[in-house]
Design a protein around this ligand. Structure first.
Ligand SMILES: [Zn+2]
Length: 443
């Protein structure tokens, strides 16, 4: 296969524990505890991503969760550094490069904003684009990440997820103009010092589909290797090819639909397969000339999540694969089903996916689907309610969904599935969803 047929930037990414087989039910999001069990999960994930040719891994939370400390020193202890080195070495042995997610002017700067006069101009989460003090702290963070002792291979930047400075001077800049200023300066700083690094950028919180913003996106594209659009608005407005052609870097998405791994929940509490939709969305992205994807981690201990990840990831390395075939390969890998049983199981998965997405107020391409609220305002340290059912479906739709799930369970029991453990876990996940619906509908 000619190399230009594949996606150029085949990235998987997430918060450190998004792939964990154990939840952290009593920690505020994002929990970044790193223990042996998590490292085992990460190695398993590395093995699977290597098989699928996904050779970049962006991690959020390698060093800090919400705050870079003031002063910026003693960031991690020796034990965490050893974990990091074991993970990075394992990735490199498999030909996988490790990038750190990094906030630019926001995400990680709350303590700096509180403690360092002049870093921000009123915003609680975002530093001011016109403050040289802010730039000095951004540089400290970038210098820290570039330290060769970590063994990292690049960064993926986000600047817009928590908003932006709204002082008089910043307000005169359009959103893309504002973020281009921060991102290009940061990228140039890194590029000069680490020309070997990969520099990605994900536009959480920033629209990239508006024609008047295109010149600023072009500026960003000259500074980074790839740019990711989170909600695929450029596709829905029919402008994506035009955007792709205007940019100097690879352009991409988060893969159609990204089910946010619910940090607090038991790993077998939900069953929301979306691999077919992701594979279809990635095929469309590729047809539009897109060559990058930040395809989010899934906890593989949940078989439905693993099927979803595998189906989409297949398209990144082999975009000519039909989505239905990608799904069939995924169920084959997870359940070891063969022949007619494998085809039946893939068809069953497609129906299961349709059972949720045909009823839920969610469209593929909208970005992320939260199962529980990422941060539940009432108590950030406990499980939140199942908003994917409570807020995206009417009680009637939920009742219909429950009927469909019961039917799916019966059908599933009639398919010959060699991997019994995966089969049992799948049924447990469906039961978890049914229990959720019973609680919501008062049944
Ligand atoms: Zn400002």
């Amino acid at each position: 296969m000619p190399d230009n047929a594949r996606f150029t930037y085949r990235v998987t990414d997430g918060w450190l524990r998004d792939l964990a087989s154990e939840p952290t039910p009593t920690d505020p999001w994002p929990c970044i505890r790193w223990d042996e069990r998590l490292l085992e999960d990460q190695i398993r994930f590395l093995n699977v991503q290597t098989e699928l040719g996904v050779d970049l891994n962006v991690v959020w939370g390698l060093f800090v969760d919400r705050n870079w400390p003031v002063p910026l020193e003693n960031i991690i202890h020796d034990e965490r550094e050893r974990m990091l080195r074991r993970f990075v070495d394992a990735a490199h042995e498999r030909g996988v490069k490790v990038l750190s997610g990094v906030g630019v002017y926001s995400w990680g700067f709350d303590e700096i904003i509180r403690k360092v006069p002049g870093a921000a101009a009123g915003h609680q989460n975002a530093m001011c684009a016109h403050s040289e003090t802010a730039w000095e702290w951004q540089v400290k963070v970038l210098d820290f990440l570039m330290d060769p002792r970590w063994g990292l291979d690049g960064i993926s930047m986000q600047s817009a997820d928590l908003g932006r400075c709204d002082c008089m001077a910043c307000s005169r800049l359009s959103p893309a103009q504002h973020h281009a200023r921060l991102l290009t300066r940061s990228a140039a700083y890194v590029r000069q010092r680490r020309p070997d690094w990969i520099i990605g950028q994900a536009s959480w919180g920033l629209r990239v589909d508006q024609p008047e913003e295109l010149p600023y996106l072009q500026e960003i594209s000259r500074a980074v290797d790839y740019m990711v659009e989170v909600s695929e608005l450029s596709a829905s407005s029919g402008r994506r090819r035009e955007v792709v052609e205007a940019l100097d870097c690879a352009f991409g998405s988060v893969g159609g639909v990204f089910v946010e791994p619910p940090q607090h929940w038991d790993r077998l509490r939900w069953f929301v397969p979306c691999g077919l939709g992701s594979a279809q969305a990635l095929r469309r992205l590729h047809e539009d000339g897109g060559r990058a994807c930040e395809y989010f981690y899934r906890p593989f201990v949940n078989p439905g999540e693993m099927v979803s990840w595998l189906a989409g990831a297949r398209i990144l390395s082999a975009p000519e694969t039909m989505p239905e075939d990608a799904l069939q390969e995924a169920v084959q890998a997870v359940y070891r089903a063969e022949g007619a049983a494998c085809a039946d199981l893939a068809a069953w998965y497609a129906r299961a996916e349709g059972a949720y997405f045909s009823r839920a107020r969610f469209e593929v391409g909208w970005g992320s689907l939260s199962l529980e609220p990422l941060i539940w305002a009432e108590n950030p340290a406990i499980s939140g309610p199942p908003v994917y059912l409570a807020e995206r479906m009417s009680p009637e739709a939920r009742a219909g969904y429950a009927v469909s799930l019961e039917t799916l369970k019966a059908e599933f029991g009639r398919i010959a599935i060699p991997n019994r453990e995966a089969a049992h876990k799948t049924l447990a996940c469906i039961d978890g969803t049914l229990e959720e619906i019973r609680r919501l509908n008062g049944g």
